[in-house]
Design a protein around this ligand. Sequence first.
Ligand code: ASP
Ligand code: MG
Length: 473
Amino acid sequence: MSEAGQSGLVVMKFGGTSMGSADRIQVAASLCAGEKRKRPVVAVVSAMSKITDLLLNTLKHAEGGDREGMEANIATLAKRHYDACEELLPESTRPVVRTGIDELVGDFRRIANGVLMLGERPVRSVDEAVAIGERLSALLMASYLQSQNVPAMAVNAREVIVTDAVFGNATPLMGPTRERAAAVLQPQLDKGILPVVTGFNGATADGRATTLGRGGSDFSASILAATLDAAELWIWSDVDGILSADPRLVPNARVLDLVTYAEAAELAYNGAKVLHPRTLAPLVSRQIPVWSKNSFAPEKPGTKIVPSIPNPTGPRAVTSMANVALVSLEPSSPELAGTKLMGRAFEALSASGAEVLALTSSSYRQSFCFLIRKDELASALQALESALSLELAHGYVKPIEVDTEVGLLAIVGEGMRGVTGMAGRIFTAVSREGVNVIAIAQGSSELTIAVVVRREGLEKAVRAVHEECGMGN
Ligand code: ASP
Ligand code: MG
């Protein structure tokens, strides 16, 4: 283990609502400061709530040639941060921070103006522009900590997190990032300074700005925790931890005290909002535990995410996704083998960037269907149709069928591995409610059972499964 690991470094990540106002930033800062009395701390911050959406919306206005809309949004952006600055900081430090805000807003305006002139949004410029939300919140948080006599420094993750060049959804290069973290952050930590690092963004090795995908600040935090050999990662949000179900659907949903990496990752991929799906991966090899905690109720224990739990029993949680579509493909002529069709289809899908959430196939008819997000449907269909244009035109493949009136629920738990009859019980519970099951798939890990149902029955199905499996309080 490195020095950082031995010194018990903790990475603390604050989401948009935990950074959403001067009051919230104060709370986040005091959580960091309290911890820093015991051990070194790196903070990772999201943009203030709704700011990333605002920035993206501004660029849309700019692209459409709407200067007025663009300027109105930029005024909102500046005001939100001026107001927080005003409330948060003593008068003496405000002018400097206001200048900092002006500079960042100015950077954003420069990019938005470029988009306005071009009439298009180059992906690279978008990534540079949206990261300004995080740079503004990091500036406020670091300035506030300094005003409380906690040595702190805002750090642009562009200087630290090295990624590939997939703009908008980049993947970190862990080796180079480790070197940068050691060069940029470790010296600060050694001097007792608390780095406040922007979540969400990074840069390619040759310095072009990238982002890690929406909600990617969790991922930023885990990348930094892994590359700094942190002892723990704490992810602060506005919910009490990882729950057995969405409490808006299931009133007796329970906060789980202990969850494995694999369970947390499955839950995140299947629609639980509490963690970005890619968060856990960097932590696995170093077995760094994660706490999911509520910054609005820090006294609550939260959920601890660990490599493994001793005696897992049964399913733990159920998630659901409503905005999904089921796409079915079927060869109509024996000249085209099902596996060949599958290969072609998935190659096209992967090129379109669509993610397959569940897949079932029938070996007899060589047909298969898969579930994707509704907002990826149009580009996925376009990719499929062009990849299979000849086969479709000559009738080797039946017309592609799409069903958008479906929903997915996923039942997750380490304790389901090897348990027989689980799928049957789930199936029965859902059917008892009169909900039509369209497809059922069990992941190869046996950790998750995914069920596709008619959309109107989704909520009922979630409640039925939660009840049947005794997941609640
Ligand atoms: N601010 C970014 C977003 O809204 C990243 C994050 O909050 O995790 O997607
Ligand atoms: Mg988030």
